[in-house]
Design a protein around this ligand. Sequence first.
Ligand SMILES: [Zn+2]
Length: 466
Amino acid sequence: MLYFSNSQANNLPDLGSPDLVEYDKQTEQQLGRAFNTALHTQYQLFNDLETNAYIRELGHKLASFTGDNRNYRFYIINDSSINAFAGPDGIIGIHTGLIEATETEDELAAVIAHEISHVTQNHLSRRYEYSATNGNINSIASVIAAILIGMYDPSAGMATLMGGMGYNLQQQLKNSRMHESEADSIGIELLYKAGYNPHAMGDFFGRLSKASQLDTFKAPEILRTHPVSEHRLAEAENRAQNLGKQNHLKPESYLNFIKMRLRALESTQAPFDSKTTSSADKEACYNQALKLIESGKTVAKCLAEYANKTENLPVFTTALVESYTKNDTDLSAEKLEKLNKLIEFKLELHPNNPSIPLRYSRLLAKLGKTQQGIDLLEKAEKNLKYRYELYNELAELYSKKQKESYVYIYLAKANFEIGNIDRSEYFLKRSKETLNKNSNKLKQEIFIFEDKISKLLKNNDKKENN
Ligand SMILES: [Zn+2]
């Protein structure tokens, strides 16, 4: 474990000054893990499987054009304020309010591309590094999360806890106008390469800025950390203009389906108003299906049709499965067999989409086929980038089978995924204590996982001794 001295941050160095310690990857990764834990334990993440799969697919697609091999992570904060942020070590947060506020997938992609560009240009790592070397890493991560999410309240206990640090951090986390222009410009190129409209960046920030001038009390959170100026907007427009005609293939957008989910899951919101688009029929079907799922009534007929037909949209398949899971009517053996085949096919088409195996394993568990659900998830594991939900689900399924040691190893793995190494070690210990000596498969798994943790801790120690 690494502990930093608790010196006060009263004399902040100029961020551009060369006397700052050199950018330190290990410190950033450590802060990234603490930040990840803070997000998962202190804030309300939006854990809808389909919405996460959608945002993550979009985020990683954009990130794939950066040319860096950083371990980006995309999380959704359940918060209606219009906000997005780039945290330490490539962790990017998107508020549900931002998804609602974007009018097209191009605009949503623009904000994500902008945040990714703050990361590739190291706009933040030096500030994060500076904070990380001046306090307890878990408290610093909590304060950074509070500031970025827009929950930092200097009048509350947090300020007392952190002394001058909170205020200074808050000042530091504002992006400079120069950084904003740079993130726009790199982001616009990412947009273009990924097939999106490069004008969407200026359009979205311009619209937000205009709206906030009309009503300063409702200024979107994102404008606090991302100041907009006329100059910035003109530059963005120029940059987009210079890229010329878009000649990359435009991705099929399913933002509307995701917005319907947001509306359905937050019952306080007005229902989704499906505009006439080329996919109006599909959207109407999905919208109706979501209502039926909520009420636990019959399964919408059109769902199965679209699930079998639409190759690009896994949302119909997972809605069909969700519908059977929440529905009381019995699923005939024949229907289940058909569904099995459909899932197999969809898994081949979308091997990296966790919503398909996770939804299906829940249905299988409901039907008393827990082992089949476990097999499905354990098979899906290797293809998935995000495994937190998967490991928690496996722990849940193993607890149904009363296999304690398996429950603990998956809880250990789940905590590892969100950077909570202390919890992870604790569950690993419990798993070893409850291990049945005849279980060679699990013994092997524990051994491999233990090795993974100890390598990580050894790296931290190395840093401490430097
Ligand atoms: Zn920005």
